[in-house]
Design a protein around this ligand. Structure first.
Ligand SMILES: [Ca+2]
Ligand SMILES: [Ca+2]
Length: 81
């Protein structure tokens, strides 16, 4: 039982560490600096575009910084344009 809890805790901290490893920062994606990433802005990062609906927790069509940071690390590099 203790081992299970420890495993869970380790898993959680690994997920947290990975979430901090976004290779594209929020400000890079927020092209017009209005504090939110639109679907159009997310389109420059293919993996994020795919995860957009999942990441948009309140379904307003925008990713705020908290929503962006809550996404899984979905890619290592931005899509080439
Ligand atoms: Ca924006
Ligand atoms: Ca949102």
């Amino acid at each position: 039982m203790k081992r299970l809890i420890l495993g869970f805790a380790l898993g959680m901290s690994a997920a947290t560490a990975m979430a901090a490893e976004h290779t594209v920062s929020f400000s890079e994606l927020d092209v017009n600096r209005d504090g939110a990433i639109t679907r159009k802005e997310a389109a420059s990062f293919a993996a994020l575009e795919k995860a957009f609906d999942t990441a948009d927790a309140n379904n307003n069509g925008l990713l705020d910084p908290a929503e962006y940071l809550s996404t899984e690390p979905v890619g290592r590099a931005p899509a080439t344009r």
